[in-house]
Design a protein around this ligand. Structure first.
Ligand SMILES: [Zn+2]
Length: 225
C-alpha cells in the first residue's frame, strides 16, 4: 500500500474545524511523571541522524500506519509523499518527513494534545527553528523550518514573537489545534519555498511516513458532520 513514489501531489484545502489558533495556553511545566521519559533531549530529533534499520523501515512501510491528528497547518497546505527521498548532494541523508507548503507565517497548530519536548530557537543548521510535541501515548510530532523572518520580509532577523505561539516553551502542555508557531523557511529551507517539515515518531522512536495520517486529517476536516 505504501507506494510512496506513486502518490500524487495533494492539495489540502482543509479548514480544520475547531482549530481556532487560540492564544489561551497552559504553559506550566508538565507534572512529574507525566512527561514521557524515553524521548527527551535533542539527540533523538536530529534530522541528520541515520535512518532506522532496513527491517524496521520495511515493517513500518507495510503497516501504513495512520495516526489520528489535526492537520498541522491551519487553513491547509500542499504536500506530497516524499518520505524516504534522497537529501543532500549525494543522497547522504534521507527525508524523514513530509513537506507542507503554504504561505509564510501561516499558523502551525498542535497535531495532538501533549507536551512540548523539544524546542530550537537559534534558526541554525538543517532544521532551523523547530518544536516537538509528545502526546500522552508517547508519539511525537516534529515541526521544522519554523519562521525566522520579520513579517513581509526574508531578513532572517528571527524575531521571538514570530517563531512560536504564546506560551510555547519546553514543558508546556498544549491542546490539539492550539497555535504553536508560524510556518517559515529557517535552516536549509532558506533556498526553497516556505514550508513546514513535519515528522511523526512512534513511541519507540521510529520515524514513520506521516502522509497517510495527513491525508486522513484532511479527510476528517472536510467530511460533513
Ligand atoms: Zn522536509
Amino acid at each position: 500500500m505504501a507506494t510512496s513514489t506513486t502518490r500524487s501531489l495533494l492539495a489540502a484545502l482543509a479548514l480544520v474545524a475547531g482549530a481556532t489558533a487560540a492564544a489561551a495556553v497552559s504553559s506550566g511545566p508538565a507534572a512529574a511523571g507525566d512527561a514521557p521519559t524515553t524521548h527527551t533531549g535533542a539527540a533523538d530529533v536530529d534530522p541528520d541522524r541515520p535512518a532506522s534499520p532496513f527491517w524496521v523501515e520495511r515493517v513500518i512501510a507495510e503497516a501504513d500506519i495512520v495516526r489520528e491528528l489535526q492537520f498541522p497547518v491551519l487553513l491547509g497546505a500542499e504536500f506530497a509523499d516524499t518520505f524516504g527521498a534522497c537529501r543532500g548532494e549525494h543522497c547522504e541523508r534521507s527525508h524523514r518527513g513530509n513537506d507542507l507548503f503554504a504561505p509564510k507565517l501561516r499558523p502551525l497548530v498542535a497535531a495532538r494534545s501533549g507536551t512540548v519536548t523539544w524546542l530550537r530557537t537559534d534558526t541554525a543548521g538543517t532544521a532551523g527553528n523547530g518544536v516537538a510535541i509528545t502526546d500522552a501515548q508517547g508519539w511525537r510530532y516534529l515541526y521544522l523550518h519554523v519562521n525566522d523572518d520579520s513579517p513581509g520580509s526574508d531578513d532572517g532577523a528571527n524575531p521571538a514573537t514570530w517563531r512560536f505561539g504564546p506560551g510555547i516553551e519546553l514543558g508546556a502542555e498544549v491542546e490539539a489545534g492550539q497555535l504553536i508557531g508560524y510556518l517559515g523557511d529557517s535552516g536549509n529551507a532558506e533556498t526553497t519555498p516556505p514550508h513546514l517539515h513535519f515528522e511523526l515518531r512512534t513511541p519507540y522512536g521510529f520515524d514513520i511516513d506521516p502522509f497517510p495520517s495527513l491525508v486522513a486529517a484532511v479527510a476528517a476536516a472536510t467530511r460533513p458532520s
